[in-house]
Ligand binder design. Structure first.
Ligand code: SF4
Length: 150
């Protein structure tokens, strides 16, 4: 990380929010919540870092490399919301097309194509995705999360 959690929190406290929003560290955080759990002042560092990620993306301050992370997370969640579980073909198509639209780089579109046959040979990539039977339950879980009830 280019900045550790307490440095990010201090930047925000001192009003240097832009530096915190541009830090690579906010995209390297995996939300494990160790910093939140161990903070002697009970600061929700992980929650603040999560908010910094959202604001960074909304304000267009996210680097092109990190935009791919955001688009992948979005494609992943959209996919689970739609199917109840992951459909790898749909996920890959959405991620690659939205990434290409955002970055305008042909190399991004083609980058991992050569891996597909190897993954499929090892049965790590499934051409036909499965859906859960009662997707309404999955929709309700997402709605409750969006409403902040979870
Ligand atoms: S939540 Fe975990 S990964 Fe993120 S900054 Fe805190 S300790 Fe690091």
């Amino acid at each position: 990380m280019d900045k550790v959690p307490n440095q990010l929190i201090r930047m925000v406290q001192l009003g240097d929010v832009d530096s915190a929003l541009k830090a690579e560290a906010i995209w390297q955080c995996v939300s494990c919540e160790t910093c939140t759990t161990r903070c002697p002042k009970s600061v929700d560092c992980a929650g603040i870092i999560d908010a910094l990620r959202q604001v960074s993306y909304e304000r267009g301050m996210t680097s092109k490399r990190q935009v791919a992370v955001v688009l992948f997370q979005k494609a992943f969640l959209d996919n689970v919301r739609r199917n109840g579980r992951l459909n790898e073909i749909e996920l890959t198509l959405q991620f690659k097309l939205e990434g290409f639209a955002a970055m305008r780089r042909l190399s991004f579109l083609l980058k991992d194509a050569a891996l597909a046959p190897q993954l499929q040979k090892r049965q790590k990539f499934h051409l036909i995705g499965e859906k859960v039977r009662d997707r309404e339950i999955v929709h309700r879980i997402f709605e409750r999360c969006m409403d902040g009830q979870v």
